[in-house]
Write a protein that binds this ligand. Structure first.
Ligand SMILES: [Zn+2]
Length: 138
């Protein structure tokens, strides 16, 4: 199974790589930190990361670490997980300075409350694929 995920991941990243996607996954895998791109000209932080600024179209971006705390905005569960284990808990978290993103939540559905603090945690799906996830704080 892990070999299949790695092969699929490599093909997907190569296929979709716009100059930012490959770097995004490399940074997650190698640093275990959650990075995205920020425009040095207008300061707009983009997620998903972009090879250019989607706000002012400046063609250079900086990579910034957005690991840390976020706020749980919404959550649900899916009985048939796509990449993780079923049943899986997924949520929308509000990342300060970035906005709301969909992510894996590392908790039981019954333990969650809208508005609670969650913290970034790298989730290793396989050797090649590390994704973002969030765990409740405290
Ligand atoms: Zn900009």
């Amino acid at each position: 199974m892990k070999e299949q995920i790695d092969a699929y991941t490599k093909r997907a990243i190569d296929h979709h790589d716009d100059g930012a996607t490959g770097e995004y996954y490399r940074l997650l895998r190698e640093t275990k930190k959650f990075h995205t791109t920020k425009c040095p000209k207008c300061e707009h932080t983009a997620y998903p990361p972009r090879p250019f600024c989607p706000a002012c179209f400046h063609d250079e971006v900086d990579w910034v670490d957005i690991s840390g705390e976020a706020t749980l905005y919404a959550f649900t569960t899916q009985s048939r997980a796509l990449r993780f284990v079923a049943p899986d808990v997924i949520g929308i978290v509000e990342v300060p300075g970035v906005g709301r993103i969909a992510t894996k939540i590392n908790a039981k559905l019954s333990d969650l409350k809208i508005g609670q603090k969650v913290r970034f945690e790298p989730f290793e799906v396989s050797d090649e694929l590390v994704v973002h996830s969030y765990t409740p704080v405290g």
